[in-house]
Design a protein around this ligand. Structure first.
Ligand code: PRP
Length: 215
């Protein structure tokens, strides 16, 4: 009997852009994900099920083997740190940029810069690389408000169209990373369940192409 393989998906925009790729790869949920409160779905492939998670949780599920495979943004992988999984494919969807931003009038402080972000690990590494001292404030959303309300000097956040920054009078400053969604696979699942897992990776690779560009 085949061991059930679990693929964790990221709800929201990434889910909307992932499902057509999975469908083209021959993987379809057997019911409408958007018409259900369920978080786990069977697929047309008997031994493959899907989870619907927040992107931040996908690397954790895959790291610990609760899911064999996952699809989430490179921003979440950079923040998580990459332990316990491989990243075999760039799906080239949900592209955006991870950037620093601030009010246009603000100057780079010589003393400690206060940075508000949900990407505290990424921000810590990035500012350390610039040789700048920071105080990091962890937020879970609405980062754009922080400089306006003097909570922080700068923010680190995702920029897509730039409209959210512009709506708050902020300007993007430094590019930290180009972001797109990636397929990740638990290291032990890759070894222990190679045939099934590799077949899934290859069927998705055939849809998105093998070129692993990261922009
Ligand atoms: C993201 C991000 C910005 C916005 C950027 O938020 O945090 O607020 O999108 O997009 P733009 O450059 O096109 O304006 P999202 O809507 O994904 O919500 P969340 O951060 O609360 O998940």
């Amino acid at each position: 009997m085949l061991h059930t393989v679990t693929l964790a998906l990221t709800k929201g925009r990434i889910l909307k852009e992932s499902l057509p790729i999975l469908s083209e790869a021959g993987i379809c949920p057997i019911e409408d994900i958007f018409d259900s409160r369920k978080l786990m779905f069977l697929t047309n492939i008997q031994h493959l099920r899907l989870l619907i998670l927040r992107g931040v949780d996908v690397p954790t599920y895959v790291q610990f083997g609760a899911a064999d495979l996952g699809i989430t943004g490179k921003d979440q992988l950079l923040e998580h740190g990459g332990e316990g999984y491989y990243e075999p494919l760039d799906l080239k969807i949900a592209k955006c940029r991870l950037m620093t931003a601030a009010l246009p009038s603000s100057e780079v402080k010589l003393e400690r810069t206060v940075v508000a972000t949900k990407y505290v690990n990424v921000a810590r590494r990035f500012y350390a690389g610039l040789g700048r001292q920071t105080e990091l404030i962890k937020l879970y959303g609405a980062m754009e408000l922080a400089p306006l309300l003097d909570l922080s000097d700068e923010i680190v956040d995702i920029v897509d169209t730039g409209n959210t920054l512009a709506a708050h009078g902020l300007v993007a400053e430094k590019l930290i990373a180009n972001i797109s969604s990636r397929l990740i696979v638990n290291k032990l699942a890759m070894k222990g369940n190679f045939t099934v897992v590799n077949k899934i990776i290859n069927s998705i690779r055939n849809v998105v192409g093998s070129e692993n560009e990261s922009n």
